[in-house]
Write a protein of this length. Structure first.
Length: 312
């Protein structure tokens, strides 16, 4: 049985090197990253660009954000592999080392004149509007707008990757968590100088709202992919039921010539891997697959309804 093909991030596939041919040689270093980080970097760049489009940012700023988003984790090239690829929770000391990818990435970009304009990606993407981020604990007005957008894309993809999402079913739970990061903190703040930060969340709600629209687009894209596959399944069911009908007519026929006629018809309809003995099992598998895909479509439409009702 052929499975449907579906890209979680929708039909938009950014070709980073094509955005600026003069940067091609300088961006080759990204190919040295482990596949996990490379894929994450591509996803963040993709999401960042699409968020910018929904925010109606001008083309030059959008391209800047895409490239800054693409290199935002470039500093991880210099993090020890045993820490970068550790499957379990990092120790406090390991986390401190991991956090240095921001400063290491910034320095790498600053040392390369072509990448220097995009150093805001590595340098600021873990800063939080309420001053609780790193590496410098900057506040809202000190964090470039580009980095505020990249942080939303970065945080979303990190959650999606961690939970190994392969469908947008239940994706609203992830968006609800991001909303919490956009809301003011209820934590008790001891220092007077931090009181004003209580009114600020960690991430900017404006790019988060734009992300909602991106997610809805991708959910609709997934629905269209599943619907295309549903149509394929229905065609296969129709074909196999025709074989089933021919089989019954063949069994009930008294003339050998008639039985041969229906048998030949069955053979013409059978596909590779199918035969007279297993076609009924294949039919049952397609019928089960149809139920599963139709249920998935219903759940995806429910997700869109939930997302549209989410408020920041």
């Amino acid at each position: 049985m052929i499975e449907e093909k579906y890209d979680f991030y929708g039909p938009t596939n950014l070709k980073i090197h094509d955005l600026d041919h003069s940067l091609k040689d300088h961006l080759i270093v990204m190919d040295s990253m482990d596949l996990f980080t490379k894929r994450h970097s591509e996803n963040v760049a993709n999401l960042t660009g699409r968020i910018c489009e929904y925010m109606h940012c001008n083309n030059q700023f959008t391209i800047h954000c895409i490239l800054a988003g693409y290199v935002h984790d470039i500093g991880k090239l210099f993090i020890p592999k045993n820490i970068l690829n550790k499957p379990g929770r990092l120790t406090d000391s390991e986390f401190e080392i991991m956090k240095t990818h921001t400063t290491l990435g910034y320095q790498y970009c600053m040392d390369d004149l072509s990448l220097r304009p995009y150093s805001d990606g590595p340098w600021y993407h873990h800063e939080a509007l309420n001053g609780t981020g790193y590496p410098r604990g900057l506040k809202k007005w000190d964090i470039p707008y580009s980095a505020q957008i990249i942080r939303v894309a970065d945080e979303y993809d990190a959650i999606v990757t961690k939970r190994q999402y392969t469908t947008h079913v239940n994706i609203s739970q992830t968006l609800k968590e991001l909303i919490q990061d956009a809301l003011p903190s209820n934590d008790v703040i001891a220092l007077d100088q931090l009181k004003q930060n209580e009114r600020l969340g960690k991430i900017n709600p404006k790019p988060l709202k734009a992300l909602f629209k991106v997610v809805i687009d991708d959910t609709l894209y997934e629905i269209s992919c599943v619907m295309n596959y549903v149509n394929y399944i229905k065609d296969q069911i129709k074909r196999l039921k025709t074989i089933q009908k021919y089989s019954k007519k063949m069994e009930s026929s008294k003339k050998a010539s008639t039985r041969d006629y229906y048998k030949a018809g069955m053979q013409l309809l059978l596909q590779p891997g199918e035969n007279f003995d297993n076609y009924t099992q294949v039919l049952a598998e397609y019928e089960n697959a149809l139920v599963i895909r139709q249920d998935r479509i219903d759940k995806l439409y429910d997700e869109i309804k939930i997302i549209k009702k989410l408020k920041i």
